[in-house]
Write a protein that binds this ligand. Structure first.
Ligand code: SAM
Length: 208
């Protein structure tokens, strides 16, 4: 049975057929210098990042709560000739997490209006990294005019607040970037706006 959260996201991906098909620039910037390995894309949406990573030679697992999103990601990956480098899995990450170890775990705008122990999910993600692997978290620091969240009282946790909540052991993980950036975002109908992003990059330095 579909939960309220699944229905909410499912409806959005059925309606916005083109939503999230482009790679996020902050992901591209962080990943370009890395040697391709295995990657996990948490909340992969319509697959813009998953497919871009596969095109760079990464073996990618794209995960989302919305069945339409993961189906669309895999379909586009096949159309673009990188289907052999992409696996998709439907998970409500509040309850289940994909198996395996990864060189990169990416959480791009992994936000939801529903209850989700996000820190717990991101801590599990940090534990799923191989030594030397990178956890890349990019969060909204402001709302675009087309965002589902137009609540003026929203607090956007800063990268320091997110890392404090993660509370990772500094003997095994190192924060390599924690800052805010502004960028021009493009909405579903091609409109643009300046938005703030919160960027947190954490490297796993040693194994268990
Ligand atoms: C704001 S969108 C970002 C999508 C994509 N990463 C991007 O940058 O375009 C958040 C994504 O997280 C997914 N999501 C929300 N809650 C989830 C959950 N509990 N488990 C897995 N995915 C979830 C949504 O379906 C949606 O695709």
């Amino acid at each position: 049975m579909e939960t309220e959260a699944e229905l909410f996201w499912e409806k959005r991906y059925r309606a916005h057929r083109k939503w999230g098909e482009r790679v996020n620039p902050l992901l591209a910037e962080a990943v370009e210098p890395l040697r391709p390995g295995t990657a996990l894309d948490l909340g992969c949406g319509a697959g813009g990042d998953t497919i871009w990573l596969a095109q760079q030679g990464w073996q990618v697992t794209g995960v989302d709560i919305a069945t339409t999103a993961v189906a669309k990601t895999l379909e586009r990956a096949r159309e673009l000739g990188v289907g052999d480098r992409v696996v998709t899995e439907q998970h409500d990450l509040a309850w289940t997490f994909p198996a395996g170890e990864f060189d990169l775990v990416s959480a791009q705008y992994f936000h939801t209006p529903f209850a989700l122990a996000r820190s717990q999910v991101l801590r599990t993600a940090a534990n799923a990294l191989r030594p030397g692997g990178l956890l890349l978290i990019v969060d909204h620091g402001s709302a675009a005019p087309w965002s589902w969240n137009q609540d003026p009282d929203t607090h956007y946790p800063t990268p320091s607040e997110v890392s404090a909540e993660l509370d990772l052991d500094s003997d095994r993980w190192r924060i390599v970037r924690s800052d805010k950036v502004q960028r021009t975002a493009t909405g579903p109908s091609g409109e643009t706006a300046t938005v703030t992003d919160h960027v947190l990059q954490i490297v796993r330095t040693t194994g268990r």
